[in-house]
Ligand binder design. Structure first.
Ligand SMILES: [Zn+2]
Ligand SMILES: [Zn+2]
Length: 149
């Protein structure tokens, strides 16, 4: 059930589409070596939202998964964009922020694994910096603090 404001997200080729509703939390970025490989960049940038606020619109048959020892990455089999996936064992979805069509109200609240970031990575000034990663509950608290509607 979707109500209130909805934000639409799409992969690069546009075949996979989803909507996120409700109050959006803040963004976190993870600068670890695995996230660098998965994104081909300095860090990932993601939101974690309750499952009831997430809904696929189309293209689910395009979803392919890579599952490693400590890492899962879902991506579009046509264009390779990372895609949302359910957090293991939890009623929450992980959403790559770069897929969202409208990003006006979002800001970064946390940076993870800054202690092992790439030497050329200039971490954005907004947000708490963690040398490693806090436990998930603590992170979720930081991401939900004073989040706008
Ligand atoms: Zn795609
Ligand atoms: Zn990471």
């Amino acid at each position: 059930m979707l109500k209130g404001s909805c934000m639409r997200g799409k992969c690069l080729c546009g075949e996979v589409e989803f909507v996120v509703s409700g109050t959006l939390p803040h963004i976190y970025q993870c600068h670890c070596s695995l996230c660098r490989k998965a994104t081909g960049s300095a860090a990932n940038a993601a939101l974690i939202v309750p499952s009831e606020n997430f809904q696929w619109v189309c293209g689910q048959d395009r979803i392919t998964s890579y599952v490693g020892t400590d890492y899962r990455s879902d991506f579009c089999s046509k264009c390779g964009s990372p895609l949302p996936n359910p957090l293991r064992g939890r009623a929450e979805y992980w959403i790559p922020v770069g897929l969202l069509e409208d990003n006006t109200s979002l800001e970064i609240a946390a940076h993870l694994h800054v202690g092992s970031k790439a030497s050329w990575d200039a971490v954005a000034s907004s947000g708490v910096q963690y040398q490693e990663a806090p436990d998930l509950e603590s992170l979720l608290k930081v991401l939900r603090q004073n989040a706008d509607t």
